[in-house]
Write a protein that binds this ligand. Structure first.
Ligand code: ZN
Length: 432
């Protein structure tokens, strides 16, 4: 007897026809054709059941602020930075909380149940940190929210940046952030990396820095970050977000850098939507893609997760809380078109990101939390291609979001009366 029994699921690892038994908030059985009573039976009908999507890089203090106080007319990073500078002094705790909660509603509908958000600590009033701490508590029943103390205007560059970041950590932010490429000099950037890693070591916290988000091939703060990680014994607790300059670096230098990153067990977090939008802006043609070396970093054995970064904020007017959109873009920008490539990209949206965030009980094995999503697609490749509809989103054994299957009625003489895009999957040998 189970509280919930999910029937006939396809799993991301390729297992098919799997039933999942749930009691309370845990998965207690995963097997073919489980014959048992259940309080509620949910038919997956050969569709993909996945652990929830995880976004390891986001800015929840800025999300959904598009249009406040005005639109980014040029669509450039510089106007976005100027806009955030105009908006920040007007932010109130109530407005920040309301926007963040509204975003989290969307995230749940998209099966996105764990988010790591950077929180701008540049304004000494720290209204952003206060608000996001409140949000972290409010959404805890349905979203695991981690907060990074992010000195967005520079740890050394902004007046009071050092003090504000430390006070934000005292208030209870979870992770030490940084932005070394935005400090005034390369030397200041390297010094900020060393100082921030020391803070993390002293406080026993993880590190997640915006690192080398620039097309400058000489921006090598990831090297310092890896070296300081090893120096302070922080292996496995440090993430490098963006690492965009690696795209433009000399190949010999990268051949030396990647082994150092491996030694430091750096988690790598590219943000393909934002990278393809914002990088290469100083190029004429050919224009660089400006995303880090995803394939090579994965092949080297580094844990690569993919982040969304922005949704409808001063820097990026698009986005929809859909991690499959992030994966879809990653496949294109990294040219990871092979079958195994796409499976790796799907993992980067789920298990790899969960590892980066250190989530416990994540997965679809016996004993894991009963957190899962049923998609209107039958495998990860189709889910990525279709940015598939989320039919059921479950958290700790309870359905917290549900969508009707998506299809269109057709009115064409002599043709079918309905079209379901998810039926257009490639045929398998046994179906031909
Ligand atoms: Zn970011």
């Amino acid at each position: 007897m189970f509280d919930v029994l999910i029937k006939n699921a396809n799993l991301p690892d390729g297992r098919e026809g799997i039933d999942i038994g749930i009691n309370g908030d845990k998965i207690v059985a995963v097997d073919q054709r489980i014959e048992a009573e259940a309080g509620e039976t949910i038919e997956a009908s050969g569709r993909l059941v996945t652990p929830p999507f995880v976004d390891p890089h986001f800015h929840m203090d800025a999300t959904l602020s598009l249009g406040l106080p005005r639109m980014n007319i040029s669509g450039t990073l510089l106007e976005g930075i100027a806009l955030w500078g105009e908006l920040r002094p007007t932010l109130t705790r109530e407005a920040l909380v309301e926007r963040a909660l509204r975003y989290c509603d969307l995230a749940v509908a998209q099966g996105l149940l764990a988010i790591r958000s950077h929180v701008d600590t540049s304004d000494p009033a720290l209204v952003t940190a206060e608000a996001l701490i409140e949000v972290r508590e409010k959404v805890a029943p349905y979203i695991d929210l981690q907060l990074v103390a992010f000195p967005q205007d520079g740890y050394y560059r902004a007046p009071g940046g050092v003090d504000s970041l430390n006070r934000a950590l005292d208030m209870g932010l979870d992770i030490v952030g940084g932005i070394p490429h935005f400090e005034r000099t390369m030397a200041d950037g390297a010094a900020s990396v060393a100082a921030l890693c020391k803070i993390a070591a002293d406080r026993g916290l993880p590190v997640d820095m915006h690192c080398d988000e620039t097309d400058d091939p000489m921006s090598r703060h990831i090297e310092t970050l890896a070296a300081e990680t090893v120096r302070y014994g922080l292996q496995g607790r440090v993430a490098g977000s963006h690492l965009v300059s690696m795209h433009s670096m000399d190949n010999y230098y990268v051949s030396k850098l990647i082994p150092l990153m491996l030694e430091a067990e750096i988690d790598v977090i590219p943000n393909p939507l934002i990278n393809i939008m914002l990088q290469g802006r100083h190029d004429t043609y050919p224009k660089r893609r400006g995303m880090t070396r995803v394939r090579e970093l994965m092949e080297a054995g580094l844990n690569v997760s993919l982040g969304q970064d922005c949704v409808m904020d001063p820097w990026y007017s698009m986005g929809s809380g859909d991690m499959l959109e992030v994966g879809h873009m990653a496949i294109h920008v990294a040219q990871m078109a092979g079958i195994e490539d796409k499976k790796k990209i799907f993992a980067a949206l789920t298990v790899n990101s969960a590892k980066t965030m250190g989530l416990e009980g994540y997965g679809l094995e016996k004993g894991c939390n009963a957190d899962l999503v049923i998609l209107q697609a039958r495998d990860p490749l189709e889910a990525l291609r279709l940015k598939a509809n989320r039919l059921v989103v479950m958290r700790r054994g309870k359905v917290i979001a549900r969508s009707a299957p998506r299809f269109s009625e057709l009115k064409l003489e002599g043709r079918p009366t309905a079209v379901n895009a998810a039926d257009y999957a490639p045929l398998r040998p046994d179906e031909i």
